[in-house]
Design a protein around this ligand. Structure first.
Ligand SMILES: *Cc1c(COP(=O)(O)O)cnc(C)c1O
Length: 382
């Protein structure tokens, strides 16, 4: 019997992935930086308006490249939200850096730009912002603080592919940006990511770091007659089969985003009555933010037992999940980082958030069922 379960995520295939992979296979180009990688680079550069885009094997790898490019030294501090995925912090901790966690805004759950300046010390090197759910941080204010204090801004735009802030692509505003093409994101290649280099001065070194510390990329362009070890580095590039898969997805990214936005907007309409009854709060999209429907979450009203709601959804075969355990309260976060001030909004909001199923192919009937089950679970508690 076919299960009636509604999964939380279902990876969407465009239909052309295997065709492009077959072509890469037929052409006998399997290592990284082949024709499909070059196509992906060009498309990302054009769409994001970045000086340079480089595919990596994950967003995590792109963030690690950021820490190397910034020459993070032991004790250097990076200001970031605690409400994020571990990779935002780990990338810097790997170089001896110290994450300094500041609180988030209650509306977008993004870093609270008003708290950044007070967290700056003589050791601060940069600000790592996270565009949660593909909704932009207040980048004008953040770029202004960074410029006044001589700091670099790294955008963890893992969730922000195709989203914009005042017309600019997420990941293209700070000196560096990192995208994710992980299976759980909007545009996917299984595992995958990209580094966006917006400061041209960092471009050459980024290529070298990504190619095991060698100037191999320049060699292939015919700019040098042999390639040698130039700098620290590692292997951060994906093979061509992954790039071929990603090309099919990038070609279709606008349609994928539109389909997700339609489903997101439908949830938003259907859940409006629950917000009116103060049973939950829906996501806030500030003016100037064009989001990409990466995620639909709700914040349950105070006093509602989240676990009971999740259990009720589970019994009805609807997969809904909570999100980050804040890094400042995790064992490694306590060991490697420190919190600046009380992170009251982070603690409060992370404990009442649930994410609803959202994927290309989620039917209206399934969405209705998710909402019906949620309504029932909430009324059982009121
Ligand atoms: C998914 C995600 C990452 C990690 O992306 P990978 O491509 O899996 O390495 C990093 N930061 C945030 C905010 C994410 O959502």
């Amino acid at each position: 019997m076919k299960s009636d379960r509604i999964p939380f995520n279902w990876p969407h295939m465009t239909g052309k992935e295997l065709y492009y992979i077959a072509e890469a296979h037929f052409n006998g180009r399997l290592a990284g930086d082949g024709p499909y990688t070059a196509r992906c680079h060009r498309l990302l550069e054009e769409r994001c308006g970045s000086h340079k885009a480089l595919l990596t094997h994950s967003c995590t790898a792109a963030l690690e490249m950021c820490a190397l490019l910034m020459d993070i030294q032991p004790g250097d501090e990076i200001i970031m939200p605690s409400y994020t995925f571990v990779s935002t912090a780990n990338a810097f901790v790997l170089r001896g850096g110290v994450p300094v966690f500041v609180d988030i805004r209650a509306d977008t759950l993004n870093i609270d730009e008003k708290l950044i300046e007070a967290a700056i010390t003589p050791r601060t090197r940069g600000i790592a912002v996270v565009h949660y759910a593909g909704v932009a941080c207040e980048m004008d204010a953040i770029m202004d603080i960074a410029a006044r204090h001589g700091l670099q801004v790294i955008e963890d735009a893992a969730q922000g592919v195709m989203a914009r802030y005042k017309g600019r692509a997420l990941g293209s505003i700070g000196q560096l940006g990192a995208l994710s093409f992980h299976e759980t994101k909007n545009v996917i290649s299984g595992e995958g990511g990209a580094l966006l280099i917006n400061d041209p001065a960092l471009a050459l070194r980024a290529e070298i770091i990504r190619e095991k510390g060698t100037d191999r990329s320049r060699f292939f362009r015919g700019e040098v007659d042999k390639y040698t070890w130039q700098d620290v580095g590692s292997s951060f590039l994906p093979g061509e089969l992954v790039a071929a898969f990603l090309w099919a997805q990038l070609e279709d990214a606008e349609r994928i985003t539109q389909v997700r936005l339609d489903a997101w907007n439908r949830y938003h309409d259907l859940l409006h009555p629950l917000e009116t009854q103060s049973a939950l709060r829906r996501p806030t999209i500030p003016a100037g933010c064009e989001h990409n429907a990466h995620m639909y979450y709700v914040l349950l009203a105070p006093g509602i037992d989240r676990q009971q709601v999740l259990d009720a959804l589970k019994r009805a075969e609807v997969s809904s999940v909570f999100h980050y355990v804040p890094l400042h309260s995790s064992p490694a976060g306590r060991r490697f980082g420190r919190a600046h001030g009380d992170l009251v909004v982070t603690d409060r909001e992370s404990e009442r958030l649930i994410r609803l199923p959202l994927w290309v192919g989620l039917t209206k009937e399934k969405q209705d069922r998710v909402v019906d089950v949620l309504v029932e679970a909430l009324s059982a508690q009121s």
